[in-house]
Design a protein around this ligand. Structure first.
Ligand code: 13P
Ligand code: SF4
Length: 333
């Protein structure tokens, strides 16, 4: 039976939550959410994780509908891996600055300049860029995959130059980089971070590899969102400075309520400016509407999908076995 569209703004919060739960069951939908989503969305998701965790979940689900609470490239990956599922995204404008920095035509010309280089492409890009790549990587498997390539293999990496520079330094491999970056991770201020470290000398610093080198050099740990979460939960320290999007702090506070987590500051000393504006477009109301109407729906044309599937499958084959670092139904396991 189809449900009449109720304007979500007329529903009180509690009803909105129960309507979302009811629609999810009725439509046999699964809600996948990234750690940068609003805490209320993380709490009602069936699974919360990083890009690699979410790709694996999308490939394995037996739900009819995948409601992707994240950004568009993540939902596109779900569609590429699960073409028979309906994949919906609460707000189709939820893009990514890395994706925007790498237009497919320009990327094609860049690739053509280095015909003897293997192209490792960060998952934060469009399906059309994936379709022109050799292997897709995420921040949690890039180093592991890179280490499987023969030493004499020439490498190019797109679109995040900071992740590329970090990997090149860590593995000692030379690479050609596409000059893209994440607007969120670029905003952290080294001066403010040093000030914060001086105020909290006992607190280890954990950072995402999308941060520039001047932030990463102050980090005790560098990793994907899942890896950052694992680090703070397992490390005996009681206080941490966290240089990534502040949405991740929700899982930290929830899973380690006795520890203190301080978001790394931007240039004005305030970490709120480091919220991802694309992730923030998804709201509970839009999630409700999305489940109700089963739209906006992600579409990837079949030729692009088949071409993008090959480097994504290569990534899944070359990734380490799954490690239990993500949070499920709002709880770490
Ligand atoms: P993770 O794969 O580490 O979750 O990163 C995704 C992302 O967009 C970071 O900005
Ligand atoms: Fe893209 Fe940066 Fe937002 Fe991640 S945090 S989705 S890389 S803009």
């Amino acid at each position: 039976m189809s449900i009449p569209l109720v304007p979500s703004e007329t529903l009180p919060k509690i009803e909105l939550l129960s309507e979302i739960a009811r629609l999810k069951k009725e439509k046999n939908a699964v809600i996948l959410a990234h750690y940068y989503q609003d805490s209320e969305i993380q709490d009602l998701a069936d699974f919360v994780g990083d890009s690699l965790d979410l790709s694996r979940k999308a490939a394995a689900t037996d739900a009819d509908v995948i409601v992707f609470c994240g950004v568009r490239f993540m939902a596109e990956v779900a569609k590429i891996l699960s073409p028979d599922k309906k994949v919906v995204l609460p707000d189709m404008d939820a893009g990514c600055s890395l994706e925007e920095s790498c237009p497919p035509d320009e990327f094609g010309k860049f690739r053509a300049k280095y015909p003897d280089h293997i192209c490792l492409t960060y998952i934060n890009c469009s399906a059309a860029v994936k379709a022109q790549s050799d292997i897709i990587v995420t921040s949690s498997n890039a180093e592991y995959i890179l280490n499987q390539l023969p030493q004499n293999q020439k490498i190019m990496m797109a679109p995040d130059r900071h992740l590329g520079a970090y990997l090149s330094k860590k593995t000692g491999r030379e690479m050609v980089f596409w000059p893209g970056s994440c607007i969120v991770h670029e905003r952290f201020s080294e001066k403010e971070l040093i000030k914060l470290k001086t105020e909290h000398p006992e607190a280890p610093v954990t950072a995402h590899p999308e941060c520039p080198e001047h932030i990463l050099r102050h980090a005790d740990h560098v990793g994907s969102t899942s890896s950052i979460l694992k680090f703070v939960l397992e490390n005996p320290a009681e206080k941490f400075l966290v240089a990534t999007e502040p949405g991740i702090l929700h899982q930290m506070q929830k899973n380690a309520p006795d520890k203190t987590f301080i978001g790394a500051p931007g240039a004005d000393g305030n970490c709120n400016c480091n919220q991802c504006p694309y992730m923030a477009l998804n709201t509970l109301e839009k999630l409700y509407n999305c489940l109700n109407t089963l739209g906006p729906e992600i579409e990837v044309d079949e030729i692009t999908r088949i071409k993008a599937l090959a480097p994504l499958n290569k990534m899944l084959e070359m990734s380490p076995a799954q490690v239990p670092t993500a949070a499920k139904s709002g709880r770490a396991f």
